[in-house]
Ligand binder design. Sequence first.
Ligand code: 6PG
Length: 249
Amino acid sequence: MFWVYEDGEDLSRAAAGIFVEQARQAVASRGRFAVALSGGHTPQRTYELLASDTFRERVPWERVHIFWGDERCVPKEDPRSNALMAWQALLQHVPIPEEQVHPIQCISDSRGAAETYAEELQKFFGENTPRFDLVFLGLGDDGHTASLFPYSSVLQEEQRWASFVHLPEEDIQRVTLTAKTINNARMIVFLVQGAGKARILNQVLKGPREPMLLPAQLIRPSAGELHWILDQAAAEGIPGNAYRTSDDL
Ligand code: 6PG
C-alpha cells in the first residue's frame, strides 16, 4: 500500500502515528512491541516526533523493545552509528527500560557481531525466525535497504537471521538483518523522502524484478503488511492510492 504525503514533516508524522498504533495493538494482543529501527536521515524526524509531547505519552514504552535493521561497525559515539542517532533523537527522551534496547554491538569483528546479534534475537524471539511487529526501512539511491546492498552475498542468505556485510568502497564493516528476517515481520514500512529518490523508487516498484541489482525488491512480507510512506517529491510517477495530510492523523 502506498501513502503519499505533502512533505517530509507530514511523512514523519504519519510514520510516528504508525509506530504508536502498532505499539498499542501489539501490547494489547501480545503484551510487548518489538520494532526494528532504520538508520539513514529520513527516519530521524519520526524519532524526534515520537519523543515529543504529542506522541510520547501515547506509546506504552515499558513494553517496547527496540532493535535495529542494520548498523555500521563504528564506535558508539561515532556519528555514523544508527544506534547513536536513535538514542539522541528518541531513546534518551522516553521512559524505556535500558534492557529493552537491543543495539547491534560491534565489539569484535563484524562476523562475530552478526552472530551475537542473532543470539540476542534468539533470546527474545525463541527458536523460530524473529517476527517483528514493525520494521522501518529506508531506500538508498542504489536500491539498497537496511545494509542489503546490490550484488552482495548477503542477498542470497536464506538461513541466518543477521549477517555481516563488507562493501569494498567502505573502510567499515556492517551488520544487517537478512531479507528472511525482515520479511517475517507483521508490518514493514519503507520511509522514502525527496526528489532524489524518485528514479530509484520507480525502478524498484515498476521496473523488472532484479533483486540482485535492486535489493529493496527482496522485501515482500511472507505473512504481514507492506507500506510505502512517501513524500510527493519521491512519489513522482507513482500513483498513490491514498493521500492524507497531517490534519487527518
Ligand atoms: C543506514 C540504512 C540505510 C538507509 C538508506 C536510506 O543505516 O543508512 O539503514 O539502508 O535507510 O540508505 O537512507 P536515507 O534515509 O538517508 O535516504
